[in-house]
Design a protein around this ligand. Structure first.
Ligand code: F6R
Length: 251
């Protein structure tokens, strides 16, 4: 695992965007996260598209997760969020039909989850991840199987509280269930970019990098992946025990 530390989320996101731009290949499969962490990175990908140094035209994008039962036109439906951030010539050049998201409106969400997992196939080329303050990646909450595939899950109150900011600060409006790529599915990505910003991620990042691998902190499974780069700001690295060493070796 590598870590790149910068003063601000914006500076770290610029380098994370360069990571993706440098490794992009025609037709690649890009795994995309929602939430606030990837927003500056997406801004830099759009800028690169404008500068004609990057394009997702002809590539496919694969969401990590989707709320179950959220209205089709709800602005916080992850398909709609990712559409706004990535789709079209004004964004990254991604075609709408190349944006893949789990079908949270399916009559049978379990079957939709299994279908999504089949579509992902052997895994994406580059996966972008945020991390929850309870250590979730995707919506694999504590006690998720470390080898799970895409499945329906129940959101913890911590996560619903965290996400209430997207739902009029009212936790009761946050859906209770989601379809999420499993930890096994996420681990099938060839390369993984983790974004960790802000002091509320400090303990999760400490566990992700330095804790024992356990279901209690699902992100710790990333220690078993051979190509993970963490992009963090100063606030998020506050709890790292070997911080001086990481600074001396990081880019
Ligand atoms: C989003 C997702 C979540 C978020 C995590 C961090 O698709 O799967 O794991 O990445 O909850 O959220 P933010 O970035 O809003 O702090």
């Amino acid at each position: 695992m590598k870590i790149v530390i910068r003063e601000s989320a914006d500076e770290a996101s610029k380098i994370a965007a360069d990571h993706i731009i440098e490794r992009a290949t025609p037709g690649m499969k890009l795994g995309v996260a929602t939430g606030s962490s990837p927003l500056p990175l997406y801004k830099y990908l759009r800028e690169a598209r404008k500068a004609e140094t990057f394009s997702l035209r002809g590539c496919t994008a694969w969401a990590l997760d989707e709320y179950v039962g959220i209205a089709e036109d709800h602005p916080e439906r992850y398909r709609n969020v990712l559409h706004r951030e990535l789709v079209g010539d004004e964004a990254t050049g991604l075609f709408d039909e190349d944006l893949h998201t789990p079908n949270g409106l399916a009559e049978n969400p379990d079957a939709a989850a299994a279908e999504y997992d089949r579509e992902i196939g052997a895994g994406v080329d580059i996966q972008i991840l945020g991390v929850g303050q309870n250590g979730h990646i995707g919506f694999n909450e504590p006690l998720s199987s470390l080898s799970s595939r895409t499945h329906v899950d129940v959101l913890t109150d911590t996560t619903r509280q965290d996400n209430a900011r997207f739902f009029e600060n009212n936790m009761d409006l946050v859906p209770t269930q989601c379809i999420t790529q499993g930890l096994g599915t996420i681990m099938s990505a060839k390369d993984i970019v983790v974004l960790a910003f802000g002091e509320n991620k400090a303990e999760a990042l400490h566990q992700l990098m330095e804790g024992g691998v356990s279901q209690r902190w699902p992100a710790t499974i990333l220690q078993h992946h051979s190509s993970v780069t963490v992009y963090a700001d100063e606030a998020a690295v506050a709890n790292l025990e070997l911080l001086d060493y990481y600074r001396s070796t990081s880019g």
